[in-house]
Design a protein around this ligand. Structure first.
Ligand code: PGA
Length: 243
């Protein structure tokens, strides 16, 4: 595992964007695994800027996102598709038909989960998966005690995640109770993982995930077993990592 200490959030974002940009430059038809949340916004801003200036070309790339709330459609401003469209897709020259997020509106969760997993396989797998980390160690919506070998599935969200995400909704009651997520097995099949972490509030979980025991209680700890992982984090997030 490579751990790169960035100077601050901006520096973390630029460094992560450089890695994604290099991936697309080296392999224009790359399948990029993407993430939502506050952490990747700066990374997406850089990619959008470099695409606008002509330095990056996404015309042959495809994207698959980690997760989506169950029940929300693409036009719902709290859906992860909406987030991705706002922060990235609409700002780069990617073919919208090659941007993929689980379909929150599908009535049959098992069927939608199978479809998404099959879609990722049919694209040839994920070349590089961008990841954030939740305060409870989740990756995607794989909450503590998820199976390490799971495929895409529908999950019940924990109270901690509902609490953390309610800032985006009018109230906690409006946060969907379920979501689709790539499983940890799906994430671990990506050829490369790129985790970005910012802020002191993530210091404890960062230390647990990167240096602690690999345990389903800290889902992100599984990345210690991936052969090609880069973590880019600011000094505050790394403050409890002993190196
Ligand atoms: P955040 O979310 O970037 O908003 O902190 C990260 C996550 O929950 O994976």
């Amino acid at each position: 595992m490579r751990i790169i200490e960035a100077k601050d959030y901006q520096d973390m974002s630029r460094k992560a964007a450089h890695i994604l940009a290099a991936q697309v430059t080296l392999k224009p038809e790359s399948v990029l695994g993407l993430a939502t949340g506050s952490t990747p916004i700066g990374t997406y801003d850089c990619l959008a800027e470099w695409c606008k200036s002509g330095d990056l070309d996404f015309s042959k790339a495809a994207t698959v996102n980690l997760d989506e709330y169950r029940g929300l459609d693409h036009d719902n401003d709290q859906s992860y598709y909406y987030f991705m469209n706002k922060h990235l897709y609409s700002r780069i020259n990617i073919d919208p038909s090659r941007t993929h997020v689980p379909d929150g509106t599908q009535p049959d969760p098992a069927k939608e989960s199978r479809r998404y997993e099959e879609l990722i396989r049919s694209l040839g797998g994920v070349d590089i998966q961008l990841l954030g980390i939740g305060h409870d160690g989740h990756i995607g919506f794989n909450e503590p005690n998820s199976f390490f070998d799971g495929d895409t599935h529908c999950v019940d969200l924990t109270e901690m995640t509902i609490e953390a995400n309610k800032r985006f909704f009018a109230s906690a009651d409006e946060v969907p109770r379920q979501a689709y997520t790539m499983g940890i097995g799906t994430i671990m099949r990506a050829r490369k993982l790129l985790m970005i972490i910012s802020g002191e509030d993530k210091a404890d979980i960062t230390a647990a995930a990167l240096c602690g025991e690999v345990t389903p209680q800290v889902p992100a700890s599984i990345i210690q077993f991936h052969p090609d992982v880069t973590v880019i984090a600011d000094p505050a997030a790394l403050s409890k990592v002993k190196r």
